[in-house]
Design a protein. Sequence first.
Length: 267
Amino acid sequence: MSYPVQTPLRLSPVHDQLQSLKGTWREINGMPVVAEVLEVAKKLPVAIADLSYLRRFGIKGSGAIAWLAQQGFPIPAQPNSWNALPNGDIIVRLGMSEFLIEAGVDPPPPPITTGELESQSPPVPLSKGDAAGRGIKDLGGNSSDPPPPPFTRGELESQDLPPQVYPVLRQDLAIALYGTSAHELLRQTCSFNFRALSLSDRPVVLTSMIGVSVTVIPGDRNSIPFYRIWCDGTFGAYFWETLLAIAQELGGGAIGIEQVERMKDEG
């Protein structure tokens, strides 16, 4: 089945690099994503996956804490920490008054219609610049969840935010780094000692990897290291290609978003 003839709303910063992978494709949140990389072992020592498709929202300003609290969000007590939201979503406090809200990692169920994407690499009907400028929708959830803030650019531009509250457009490369050899990859690419952190503190680390500023949330799944990493999308190709090459040297490689959950279960 061929890729549907339609214009994606968004493209990953590493869209071109992903097309070299042999795998199946889906479209989630208006972005073509690699669902599964073929011929990947059930359990790699270290794996990376592109999470740029996740819905996210940034906000900053001296009034941000009060505004988010009014929306029902649990504010992390300390800068550079995070809190969990319903459905696996997270709210990240970056410094004193800047916040990132992002959807949970686990992908939605595969579509059951003919719109499901198959192994053919998708065409690129828009330039990356055009696609990156398009909006992204809300985090989702049900009526019992804290009401999410608006996500599409049009809603943000039209909403009357209170004084000293400013939206932050996020165009990150977001990746997952997973596996028993994840710490070895980090040792080769970053001077920060992640092993010294206490995961119970829910730390957020602002550091650099291979010369690129990154935001990192360390964690684990079934006692196996699991990291979420964000960087400026303009450095995406270099960042992805370098980490992938090191992962391959360590016996790992790239995986699709559906394999992230599967590897967790098999851990």
